[in-house]
Each structure stands twice: as C-alpha cells, then as structure tokens.
Design a protein around this ligand. Structure first.
Ligand SMILES: NC(=O)c1ccc[n+]([C@@H]2O[C@H](COP(=O)([O-])OP(=O)(O)OC[C@H]3O[C@@H](n4cnc5c(N)ncnc54)[C@H](OP(=O)(O)O)[C@@H]3O)[C@@H](O)[C@H]2O)c1
Length: 324
C-alpha cells in the first residue's frame, strides 16, 4: 500500500454501508474515489472523488479502480428494489465487469461485500459459519453466491481478493431493515413482528470489519461479519427498553408468514411486478433462527462487535429526524 495516503475505490459509495465506509476512510486520511450513478444521492460526503457511471459501464469502472490500493465492492441490489433479472445483472454481472477492470488495471486488494445469507446453519446446528454454504434462496442470494465464485476465481488466478459476509446491518441511514426494526420497537401502531431470529450487526462494526479485511484478511478467504444473535422478539424489546418505547406486542404466527409466501408469488405473477420481497422459500426463512458465528473474523482479523444497545441511540436520532 502507498506510504502515507492510500487510495480506495468504492462501489456503492452512495448507499447505506458505503457512505459510512467512505466517512471512515476520509477520516483515516485515505484518498477516496466513489462510484455513483447520475441519479444517486451523494449526501454530504465532501471529499469523495466521484466517478459517474454504473456497474454496466466498463470504461468508468476501469477509471475508478486503476491505481487504487484497495477496491471495496459494495454496490448491489436486493429484491426490495428490482426483479430477478436486474438483480443478476447488477450483482453477478456487475461484479464480473468490476473484476475485469481490476485485472486490466493496477489494483491492490479487492474486498467484496457479499451477504451472510449464502450461508445457513446446517442441520440442528445453532450457528452458521463460513463453511456452511447453503443452497441460495431467491435471486438475491443466487446472484451473491455467483459473484462470490467470480471473486474466488479472481483470487485463485493471481488477484488479491477477500470476501466479507455481513449479517443484517443496523444503523443510521438505512430506510429498510433498521427503520423497520426501530418502528417495531417504538411505534405503538406497528402491530406485528416476525417469529424467527437473526444476527444484527452495527454498521460501524461492519466498517471496522471491512478495514480489518484489508489489513489482515487472507486472499481467497471469506469472513462472516456478524453481531448479536437475537430472536425478533428479543431485538424489538431491547430496542424498546433502550429508547423507552412500546414494543410491538402481537407476534405474527409462523403459519401466517408461511402462508404469505405463496400469496406473494401469485400476486407477483398476476401484477407482473414484485409486490412482496419474498416468495414461499423466503417466507419460510423469516420463521427460522438464522444465527451466525463471527469467530473466524474475530480470531483472524481481530473483528469485534458491540451489543445492539450501543448502536440504538445514533440510529434512533437519525430515525426520529429522517423517517418519523
Ligand atoms: N444492509 C444489509 O443489511 C446488508 C447485509 C448483508 C450484505 N449487504 C450488502 O452490502 C452492500 C451494501 O448494502 P447497503 O445496505 O448499503 O445497500 P444500499 O443502501 O441499497 O446501497 C446500494 C448501493 O449500490 C449502488 N448501486 C445499485 N445498483 C447499482 C448499479 N447498477 N451500478 C452502480 N451502483 C449501483 C447504489 O447506488 P444508488 O445510490 O444510485 O442507488 C448504492 O450506492 C450490498 O452489496 C448488500 O448486498 C447488506
């Protein structure tokens, strides 16, 4: 890496995780190049050298990455914002194009942000680790699993690349998961929550994990960046206790969630658009406890995470100002 001011190229720099990463990189003295689309909201990331284009634009990608010490590939989309074909084109094909640009250019390490969702606890195991590669459920997981293979190939063929797998990221600026979870904790009008469980990780901890992957990750390797494993019940009541709210009290029965899956599929087919972000398989998963261990990242990267309560005040401050 360059002696004093290393250069980072960041895809997804305008997103939830990407904007937190860019802030940290700038604070740490990095030169930061960010990919943004013409339509992207750049927020208040003064100091980022913006490259306008998208993952379908090989020339912009080459300019973005050439000469970068580290390429953080965070750009991606999920089922909440696009259909399966677009998800595949952005998450899988976009990664392929970015890696081609890295091969063509003078690039240090690539750090790819996949998802913990490509792993699931095996059998009766309580937790999943990096070895628990699971059959993808839905287009999002399938596209991320395919992108992971491309990154592994890149590393196996002379490139330097590490893949991280965050669990559900919680923090200010996230209008999806974080806003929903906070709403369940504080809005008396939010009537219900899901019966399963998940691993919740603060966005600041994921940013630290990304930086640790640069410093100490093994090329070709994978690291789960998780947080506390909590049932939705427990997560919601701990948020309510922290902010003195009234948690959602009625739990949606698992049977109702499972029933919603096939209904969503039918509505999708009839309406020819994605009305719900899940089909029957994903509905089934919302009833399960998807718990993860970050032991490998802890032992090999020095990764640590904070309890949920440590992240609630800042997220709540943002939620009250921006969402409510
Ligand atoms: N949030 C989570 O809980 C979570 C958990 C595990 C893994 N991840 C992964 O972490 C990464 C970041 O997630 P996030 O929550 O920060 O998502 P986000 O807020 O939705 O941000 C996504 C970013 O990708 C960019 N993007 C989308 N399509 C693009 C395209 N065709 N070309 C270029 N850029 C494009 C978006 O640009 P615009 O600003 O123009 O929309 C935005 O900057 C994603 O890869 C996601 O799969 C997230």
């Amino acid at each position: 890496m360059s002696a004093d001011a290393p250069t980072a190229a960041v895809t997804g720099a305008t997103g939830f995780l990407g904007s937190h990463l860019c802030e940290q990189l700038l604070a740490d003295g990095w030169i930061v190049r960010g990919l943004c689309r013409p339509t992207s909201e750049r927020g208040d990331l003064a100091g980022v050298d913006w490259h306008v284009g998208d993952l379908s634009d090989g020339e912009t990608l080459r300019e973005l990455v050439d000469g970068a010490d580290v390429v953080f590939h965070l750009a991606g989309i999920g089922l909440w914002s696009a259909g399966p074909a677009t998800i595949w084109a952005v998450n899988r094909d976009g990664t392929e194009r970015l890696l081609a640009a890295c091969r063509d250019g003078d690039v240090g390490r690539v750090v790819f942000t996949s998802t913990a969702g490509t792993r699931r606890p095996a059998g009766d195991d309580a937790f999943a680790d990096e070895t628990d590669v699971a059959e993808p459920v839905g287009a999002y997981q399938a596209s991320k699993a395919a992108a992971e293979e491309l990154v592994d190939d890149y590393a196996a063929n002379g490139g330097d690349a590490v893949t991280v797998h965050p669990t559900s990221i919680f923090g200010p600026g996230d209008e999806a998961f974080t806003a929903q979870l906070l709403a369940m904790g504080v809005e008396p009008t939010m009537p219900a929550h899901l019966p399963g469980g998940l691993s919740i990780v603060g966005v600041a901890d994921v940013v630290d994990g990304l930086l640790a992957a640069v410093e100490r990750g093994e090329s070709g390797d994978h690291y789960i960046l998780g947080g506390e494993n909590l049932t939705y019940d427990r997560a919601v009541s701990r948020i309510a206790e922290t902010v003195d709210g009234s948690p959602a009290r009625i739990r949606v029965p698992a049977t109702a969630i499972r029933a919603a899956g096939p209904v969503a599929e039918v509505v999708d087919a009839v309406a020819d658009r994605r009305v719900f972000p899940f089909d029957r398989d994903m509905a089934e998963m919302a009833t399960q406890r998807l718990f993860y261990t970050s032991r490998k990242a802890n032992e090999e990267l020095g990764y640590e995470y904070q309890p949920l309560e440590a992240h609630v005040p800042e997220a709540m401050e943002w939620y009250r100002a921006a969402v409510q």
